[in-house]
Design a protein around this ligand. Structure first.
Ligand code: NDP
Ligand code: MG
Length: 389
């Protein structure tokens, strides 16, 4: 029996992970499931999978969770520290699928026990990439990518030598507003940005796809995960979302990973790694698809990509600032305080001011520095968003 925990179990990635676990119920012991506000789903899954413990991020929801779990034998806990403690429970495999930088500390706690971490939470690599990778190395823990592009690259590198890699190309659908005229983008509403053409995902990442902040995070994620130079990493718009990434080698070969837009492939690959097992994803009919299109990922249309280049060059604490400012700007857009294009402006100004005042390109970075910059950048981004509102 493989002991597994799922952090962010009530979300889009979490639910897809539980779907795969439930299909092979006898193969897994479920240790911890964590969620946020969706107590009904959390309790239902914890009972069905007989988890040891269910944890909500919100202390004020503890009574509701306790009531929902009454008589089931599943423990209830609440709060960020309880989530981090759930990562201390012995497990063989942990899915990190909390959304946002809140996923960082539980992920780090799991790595310190040498646990294999399936990482969907890209924000933790953007916020603390070098620290996270160093901790994994120090404790002999493995991180397996779950983001579809990074899973594709990881699979493309099996049996290869990283020194032979010339470039990594990650694809972007272009999101909900891909075909909108540039001059109309400023007027895009929340509903417009939430209508993703290909992938069914959580609300925040869907909006980040429309603004390309998702791809910006993924460029940085690629840099940190595979330790390749920023110049070797490219993004290309691919409206069909069938090719997830390509790895280019020094002999000119370009290996593409193609598959349906279903996260259960990447999740299942990480769950069964290093083996491959049957997965319930659609099989592609290539003749039916007929056409695969590619377009340049224009930095004028999607300035988040230009900011990602700056962050990759600054490194140090720049990723922590970038991600935190992005999360605050996204909150302000969801709350209707700022427009769609103002999100990028908030992030750019937060980066500029923080670089000018505190300096972001420091060579030595501790978790305390990272968390301090995360906090400071959120406060600053909220102020900037209020000024621009
Ligand atoms: P969702 O919004 O669907 O789910 C997020 C999960 O995190 C939920 O379980 C939510 O609980 C929980 N949560 C929210 N806030 C907190 C908090 N402060 N502390 C602890 N838990 C919290 O997100 P997705 O599943 O779409 O994304 C999860 C992660 O995976 C993100 O990092 C995203 O970038 C990444 N990812 C997602 C992909 C996708 O296809 N969805 C693809 C590739 C990467 P509740 O809902 O109960 O409030
Ligand atoms: Mg992705």
């Amino acid at each position: 029996m493989k002991r597994v925990s799922v952090f962010g179990a009530t979300g889009s990635i979490g639910q897809n992970t539980l779907d795969l676990i439930a299909r092979e119920r006898d193969a897994y012991d479920v240790v911890a499931l964590t969620g946020g506000g969706n107590i009904g789903q959390l309790a239902k899954d914890a009972k069905a999978l007989q988890a040891e413990v269910a944890v909500t991020a919100y202390p004020e929801k503890l009574d509701e969770l306790r009531d929902a779990l009454a008589g089931s034998g599943v423990e209830a806990a609440a709060g960020p520290e309880a989530i981090a403690e759930a990562a201390d429970r012995p497990a063989d495999w942990i899915m990190s699928a909390i959304v946002g930088a809140a996923g960082l500390v539980p992920g780090l706690r799991a790595l310190r026990h040498g646990t294999t971490l399936a990482l969907a939470n890209k924000e933790s690599l953007v916020t603390a990439g070098p620290h996270l990778m160093a901790e994994a190395k120090r404790h002999g823990a493995r991180i397996l990518p779950v983001d579809s592009e990074h899973s594709a690259v990881f699979q493309g590198l099996v049996g290869e030598n990283i020194e032979d890699v010339e470039r990594i190309v990650i694809t972007a659908s272009g999101g909900a507003l891909r075909d909108w005229p540039l001059e109309q983008l400023g007027a895009a509403t929340l509903a417009d940005a939430c209508a993703h053409p290909n992938w069914d995902m959580g609300q925040r990442i869907t909006i980040d796809s429309a603004s390309m902040f998702n791809k910006a995070l993924e460029l940085i994620e690629t840099r940190e995960f595979f330790d390749v130079a920023p110049e070797q990493i490219e993004a290309v718009v691919h409206p069909q979302s069938l090719i997830h990434a390509l790895v280019g080698f020094r002999d000119g070969a370009l290996m593409a990973h193609i598959g349906p837009p279903d996260m259960r492939h990447a999740i299942g690959y990480a769950l069964h790694w290093p083996d491959r097992k049957h997965l319930p994803v659609a099989r592609l009919d290539l003749a039916q698809i007929a056409t695969l299109e590619f377009r340049p990922a224009c930095e004028k249309r999607w300035p988040a990509l230009r900011l990602a280049r700056e962050v990759m060059h600054l490194r140090g604490l720049a990723g922590a600032c970038f991600n935190a400012a992005k999360e605050s700007a996204l909150d302000a857009f969801i709350a209707g305080q700022i427009g769609f294009l103002t999100m990028t402006e908030v992030v750019e100004r937060t980066l500029e001011q923080t670089q000018a005042r505190e300096g972001l390109d420091s060579a030595t970075v501790s978790l305390d520095n990272i968390l301090a910059v995360d906090h400071l950048s959120r406060t600053r981004a909220v102020e900037i968003a209020a000024q621009l509102a």
